[in-house]
Design a protein around this ligand. Structure first.
Ligand SMILES: NC(=O)c1ccc[n+]([C@@H]2O[C@H](COP(=O)([O-])OP(=O)(O)OC[C@H]3O[C@@H](n4cnc5c(N)ncnc54)[C@H](OP(=O)(O)O)[C@@H]3O)[C@@H](O)[C@H]2O)c1
Length: 216
């Protein structure tokens, strides 16, 4: 059985995984780019998005480790895009162009039904309206023995943590203060839920901390 894991998730030093007021011009919320720049700088991220170049080194190696062996992804609706409420039409197709960097089925949590959206390169966005357990079940069926990556955003990761369903969480810390936005871990008692910090690695742009759910 594969794992459910979060990889390469960036947090500011004051605990935010996204800035406030996400919109088309601010996909990570206002000021959110400051927490993601360690990842955007890597060769791995550049290649995922069809670009040459990017930095090599520890951050890049760790970013690359998050990709192999995936059979499905799960995202929250805000990570998929800035559209809120009932879908006005089917014109929003994600932030990533016609060939998104997932290459698997991607289960998007939302309260608003929508038909599946097949993209180039093997990505298919499937919209799940009956909650995290249903999304996980569908992702497991799609992934088989492979891992499922929980891409985010913040609200979605918090739900899976609270339910004790997430096996591994890799956080990349950034030395910036957001002050506002989406707080990742506020009010979540990770030790009581069975999570332990099992490894840490100093990267060039970010310290990396690896949490694992050790309790049954
Ligand atoms: N720091 C990082 O590394 C990183 C990584 C990925 C994303 N992000 C950022 O995180 C932000 C998004 O996070 P977020 O917390 O705002 O939102 P999110 O988790 O992406 O999506 C939340 C939305 O998904 C739907 N949803 C979530 N759980 C659901 C459930 N159980 N049942 C039905 N629908 C459900 C709801 O949308 P509806 O009710 O509207 O349908 C909810 O408002 C973005 O700015 C993104 O760029 C950061």
């Amino acid at each position: 059985m594969g794992k459910l894991r979060v990889s390469s998730f960036a947090v500011s030093i004051d605990g935010f995984g996204a800035g406030p007021n996400q919109d088309l011009e601010n996909p990570i919320g206002v000021g959110g780019v400051a927490i993601m720049d360690w990842f955007f700088s890597t060769r791995t991220w550049q290649h995922m998005h069809g670009h040459d170049g990017g930095e090599t080194g520890i951050d890049d190696e760790i970013a690359a480790q998050g990709l192999p062996g995936l059979g499905a992804w799960i995202l929250g609706r805000n990570m998929f895009g800035p559209v809120r409420g009932p879908w006005p039409d089917e014109s929003w197709r994600g932030w990533w162009g016609e060939e998104p960097p997932y290459h698997t089925p991607v289960f998007v949590l939302t309260h608003h039904p929508r038909r599946p959206l097949r993209m180039a390169g093997g990505t298919e966005f499937r919209f799940v309206t009956d909650g995290i357990q249903a999304a996980l079940q569908q992702a497991k069926e799609a992934a088989g023995d492979r891992d499922i990556r929980l891409g985010g955003g913040v609200s979605t990761i918090r739900q899976f943590l609270r339910a004790g369903l997430l096996d591994e969480l890799h956080l990349a810390g950034r030395p910036v203060l957001m002050g506002a936005g989406e707080a990742l871990l506020a009010g979540i008692e990770l030790p009581a839920l069975g999570y332990e910090a099992v490894k840490h690695v100093a990267g060039d742009r970010a310290p990396h901390v690896f949490l694992r759910r050790c309790a049954p």
